[in-house]
Ligand binder design. Structure first.
Ligand code: TXA
Ligand code: MG
Length: 319
């Protein structure tokens, strides 16, 4: 059964009140949303995504105020960031209250919360008296969706409705920040640049790799297309003769020797914001071409280039 796609916020709210799943647009990627306080609804998210239960979910609210009942002992730095960035591509990992179901946090005493920046989803949240648990709306381990069509293609028969908010502006997932003994720590590089966090907070640790399965966004292999991905510097690719089935995801300009139809240029201008917005859609397009391999070129390791390289690194790990 093909699911309905549209901009009917009231219909989406009705389905969510009934415990159904609705795909929601955000500025980062599309989410697969359910009532975060209804464990049967939350369980449907895990089933639809084929997601392991040890992978905790982010809770989305309309404002810091709306999320207040679910978090406690909020550090001053977290308040500052929330006031500055929300709505925006930032997730805060904070001590939770007992109101948050264990299934949402995978049993952890911290919960991830964020206020997404999209007018349709903010209008939806305003109509609900509960927050929304929402992972990215893709099968577990695959590339996150940045359009309603991406969601329909992979989860269309598993959601009641897809709220179509157009192409995501940011294109990579939110930056996840938490505090360990008062020290701000980034657990996932994302749509909020690390440089900005360091400007505001001073010292910020980065801990984005882990063998601990409590945070699968940190798993070595994640965000991956079906076609094998290899990532390297441009000089390396220029020195490597391409074989027939190879395609490329490049930074500013195509590689010689590979048909242009098998290449995607992230940003001709070398703009990291534009490149991030294109990343997942281009990976999907290349994945649909039946290539033997996707050669990816590293982005400059600044701004959103860090999040782009993080996703490429995980996409490139053989599964
Ligand atoms: O931009 C985003 O954050 C998107 C949109 C839809 O909001 N959501 C998203 O959710 O990327 P998801 O489920 O694909 O990734 C959430 C990641 C988890 O895999 C985990 O690494 C981390 O957030 N996370 C969530 N709750 C956590 C918790 N209680 N403790 C540790 N890590 C947590
Ligand atoms: Mg995800």
């Amino acid at each position: 059964m093909a699911s309905q796609t549209g901009i009917d916020v009231r219909y989406a709210a009705d389905l969510l009140r009934q415990g159904q799943l609705v795909a929601i647009p955000t500025e980062t990627v599309y989410g697969l949303a359910a009532n975060a306080l209804d464990i049967i609804a939350v369980a449907r998210i895990f089933a639809a995504k084929n997601r392991p239960h040890f992978d905790p979910l982010i809770i989305h609210g309309q404002s810091l105020h709306a999320l207040a009942p679910y978090v406690q002992d909020v550090p001053e730095q977290a308040h500052m960031l929330a006031n500055m960035v929300w709505p925006g591509p930032l997730t805060l990992l904070l001590p939770r209250t007992h109101r948050v179901p264990d299934l949402v946090t995978a049993g952890s005493d911290r919960v991830a919360v964020r206020v997404p920046d999209h007018p349709l989803t903010l209008a939806l949240l305003a109509q609900l008296d509960f927050p929304l648990a929402a992972p990215s709306a893709n099968p577990f381990g695959y590339i996150s969706p940045t359009t309603a069509a991406h969601v329909a293609a992979q989860l269309g028969n598993k959601v009641g409705y897809i709220l179509d908010g157009g192409a995501a502006d940011v294109g990579v997932e939110s930056t996840i920040v938490g505090w360990e003994d008062g020290q701000a720590t980034v657990y996932r590089l994302g749509g909020l640049p690390l440089e900005l966090l360091r400007d505001v907070l001073g010292t910020v640790d980065v801990r984005t790799s882990s063998s601990n399965p409590l945070a699968p966004g940190m798993l070595a292999s994640h965000y991956a297309p079906r076609t094998p991905v290899k990532a390297a510097n441009r000089e390396t690719w220029l020195a490597t003769p391409p074989t027939d089935g190879v395609g490329a995801l490049v930074w500013r300009q195509p590689l010689p020797g590979i048909p242009l139809s098998k290449q995607r240029v992230l940003s001709v201008a070398g703009d990291d914001t534009e490149a991030a917005a294109n990343l997942f859609a281009y990976l999907r397009e290349l994945d649909a071409l039946d290539l033997t391999e996707i050669w990816a070129e590293w982005a400059p390791e600044t701004g959103l280039g860090r999040a782009i390289n993080d996703r490429l690194r995980r996409a490139a790990v053989a599964r």
